[in-house]
Design a protein around this ligand. Structure first.
Ligand code: UTP
Length: 293
C-alpha cells in the first residue's frame, strides 16, 4: 500500500454551537491564541509528511482559501516597513511544497458525505482525515503517531481516547480486541450511542487514516444518526471487509467546536506560548490572588 500523501479537511459544517461568532466566518478560522484552528490541523498533517491538503468547504468559507493563499499587498507592506519577522510568519503559513485543493460540499449531509465529496481527489489511495475543530496536541504530533501506526499495520487507523460514560452520545464508540498497549483491533463501531448501549468507553477523536474502500461503503449508505450520512457507518461497513485499528493517541485533545473546549485550549496554549506565556501565567495568578477564580 502507498504511503499517506493526502489529507482531507472537512470544513463545511455550519458551526451552530459557536453562533453568533460563526454566522459569517468559518469556525475553523477562530484563533486559539494567534493561529486559526485550521492552521494547527494543517501543520499537524505537514509534520506527518503529508503535502497534499484537500479542503471540503461550503458557503461562507472563503476566509480559509484566503488564509492559505498568497497575500501580495500584505507582504509588500510588511517588506516595505522592514517587518521581517511578521513577513516570515505570514509566508510560513503555506510552505512552497504544500499543495492546497478546495472542493465544495453543496449540501451539509454529514461528515461521511463531506468525505465522499473529497473522494474525487483521493485517487484510490489511503488518506488522512483531520477535523480541525478537534485541536490535538502531542509531544509527537498525533497524525505523525498515526502515520507510523499505518506504516506498521497497513490498515485503517482511527484515533481514540477514553471518554466518561455519560459522554458517549457525543462520540463514535469503538470496541474490539487489544493488540498491544495503545492499539485495538476493532470489531464494532457505533455513532453516538446512549451510555447503556455503548460497547466500550473508547471514543473516536477527529483524526483518521482510511483505506479507499471506505468510500465505496459510504456511497451505499442510507442516512444514519441525526439524518446525516455518517463516516462512522462507512467505517462499520469497511470492518466487514478489512482490518481497522483504533489507536489511543499520546497527547491532548480540545473540542474546539464547543465553547468550553475552545476556552480550555486558549488558556492552556497561551500558558505554553513562548512570548505571552509568562505574562499570562502572572495574570492568571493575579486573578486567583484577588479571589476572582
Ligand atoms: P460537527 O458535528 O462539529 O458539525 O462536524 P458542525 O456543523 O461543524 O458544528 P455544530 O455542531 O453545528 O456546532 C464535525 C466536522 O465535520 C464537518 C465539520 O466542518 C466539522 O469539522 N462537517 C460536518 C462537514 O464538513 N460537512 C457536514 O455535512 C457535516
Amino acid at each position: 500500500m502507498k504511503p499517506i500523501t493526502k489529507a482531507l479537511f472537512p470544513v463545511a459544517g455550519l458551526g451552530t454551537r459557536f453562533l453568533p461568532a460563526t454566522k459569517a466566518q468559518p469556525k475553523e478560522m477562530l484563533p486559539v491564541v494567534d493561529k486559526p484552528l485550521i492552521q494547527y490541523a494543517i501543520e499537524e498533517a505537514y509534520e506527518a509528511g503529508i503535502r497534499e491538503m484537500i479542503f471540503v468547504t461550503g458557503r461562507t468559507k472563503r476566509a480559509i482559501e484566503d488564509h492559505f493563499d498568497m497575500a501580495y499587498e500584505l507582504e509588500t507592506e510588511l517588506a516595505a516597513a522592514n517587518k521581517h519577522e511578521l513577513l516570515r510568519v505570514v509566508q510560513s503559513i503555506k510552505p512552497d511544497d504544500l499543495e492546497c485543493v478546495f472542493i465544495r460540499q453543496p449540501k451539509m449531509l454529514g461528515l461521511g458525505h463531506a468525505v465522499l465529496c473529497g473522494s474525487l481527489l483521493i485517487n484510490g489511495e489511503p488518506f488522512a482525515v483531520l477535523l480541525a475543530d478537534d485541536l490535538m496536541v502531542g509531544e509527537k504530533p498525533i497524525m505523525r503517531q498515526m502515520v507510523e501506526q499505518y506504516a506498521e499495520w497497513r490498515a485503517s487507523i482511527i484515533a481514540v481516547q477514553e471518554v466518561p460514560p455519560e459522554q458517549t452520545r457525543r462520540y463514535g464508540i469503538v470496541a474490539g480486541t487489544p493488540v498491544r498497549d495503545r492499539l485495538v483491533d476493532v470489531s464494532r463501531i457505533v455513532e453516538k450511542p446512549a451510555p447503556e448501549d455503548a460497547p466500550s468507553n473508547l471514543g473516536v477523536a477527529g483524526r483518521y487514516i482510511l483505506t479507499p474502500g471506505v468510500l465505496d461503503e459510504i456511497r451505499n449508505l442510507p442516512r444514519g444518526v441525526g439524518g446525516e450520512i455518517q463516516l462512522t457507518d462507512g467505517i462499520a461497513g469497511l470492518l466487514r471487509r478489512e482490518k481497522v485499528f483504533a489507536y489511543r493517541y499520546e497527547g491532548r485533545r480540545y473540542d474546539c467546536g464547543s465553547k468550553e473546549g475552545f476556552l480550555q485550549a486558549s488558556v492552556e496554549l497561551a500558558l505554553e506560548h513562548p512570548q505571552i506565556g509568562p505574562g499570562f501565567r502572572d495574570y492568571l495568578a493575579s486573578l486567583r490572588e484577588s479571589g476572582r477564580v
